[in-house]
Design a protein around this ligand. Structure first.
Ligand code: ZN
Length: 228
C-alpha cells in the first residue's frame, strides 16, 4: 500500500474527525521500519490533516512528541510540543535537565547532528512502550535540520541548535524514524515500571538500586551530565 493510501486508511479509522489516532505498541512492524522521505510525499491537505490528528493524539496521550511510525505510518514526520515544562528556575529537576517549554512544531525529514561530547542521563518513556521507563544517555546539544510544516500548510527549511530536554525530545523522535526505540539505546538493566518511578528520582540512587555499571556511575549525587 502506498503512503497516501495508508495515511487515508489510518485517518479514516477514527470514528470521527477530532478523535485521537491509535498509538501502536512495540512489536508493531511500523515501529521497526526505516521511515520514507516525507517532503513532497503527501498532498498538502492530507499532510495537514495527518499533522492535526497527530497533535490531537499527542495531547490526549499525553506526550511531548509523536512520530508517524507510532500511528502505524512509516513516514519521516513527527510533531513535538512540551507544555509541561516550567519556566527557567521554577522547578529544580526541570532545571537540572534544562527542560523548557517547547512550542508545537511539525517536522519533515529531520536530520540531527550531536554537537560537543556532553551527555545527559535521564529516565525516558515512550508512548509505544506503555508503562515503562529506562535511563537514556542523550547528547546535550544537537543541530537540527528539517523541513517544518507551518499551520497554514506552507513549509520552510530550518537549521537550529537545541539543548537539554528539547534536544532529548528531538533525539527520541528522530530515532523513531530509523526504527529505534529509546529503550534500545538505554543503559543496560535500567528498565523500571512507571509505577515505581517515585523511588528513582535521583540517578545516584537509581545506580545503586539497579546495580548499574559504566559511565553512569561517574555521576555525583544530583548530577545528570557527563563530559564537556
Ligand atoms: Zn517514543
Amino acid at each position: 500500500m502506498d503512503i497516501t493510501e495508508l495515511t487515508r486508511k489510518i485517518l479514516d479509522r477514527r470514528a470521527k474527525v477530532g478523535d485521537p489516532l491509535r498509538i501502536v505498541q512495540a512489536g508493531h512492524p511500523a515501529l521497526r521500519r526505516r521511515a520514507v522521505r516525507a517532503t513532497d510525499r503527501l498532498e498538502s491537505g492530507l499532510l495537514l490533516e495527518l499533522a492535526e490528528a497527530m497533535v490531537v493524539t499527542m495531547r490526549a496521550a499525553p506526550g511531548v512528541g509523536l512520530a508517524a511510525p507510532q500511528v502505524g505510518l512509516p513516514l519521516s514526520f513527527y510533531v513535538v510540543e512540551d507544555r509541561f515544562a516550567s519556566e527557567q528556575g521554577e522547578d529544580e529537576d526541570d532545571d537540572l535537565l534544562e527542560r523548557r517549554p517547547l512550542p508545537l512544531r511539525a517536522l519533515l525529514d529531520p536530520v540531527l547532528e550531536p554537537l560537543g561530547s556532553e551527555r545527559v542521563y535521564a529516565f525516558e518513556g515512550c508512548l509505544s512502550v506503555d508503562g515503562w521507563q529506562s535511563i537514556v544517555p542523550r547528547s546535550r546539544t544537537v543541530r537540527l535540520r528539517a523541513t517544518e510544516l507551518l499551520g497554514d500548510g506552507s513549509i520552510q527549511e530550518i537549521d537550529e541548535e537545541h539543548v537539554g530536554w528539547t534536544a532529548r525530545i528531538l533525539q527520541h523522535e528522530t530515532d523513531h524514524l530509523a526504527g529505534t526505540l529509546c529503550h534500545d539505546v538505554s543503559v543496560p538493566r535500567s528498565f523500571v515500571d512507571a509505577g515505581y518511578m517515585s523511588h528513582y528520582a535521583d540517578l545516584g540512587e537509581a545506580v545503586r538500586r539497579l546495580g548499574l555499571t559504566g559511565e553512569i556511575t561517574e555521576l555525583a549525587p544530583g548530577e545528570v551530565r557527563i563530559g564537556g
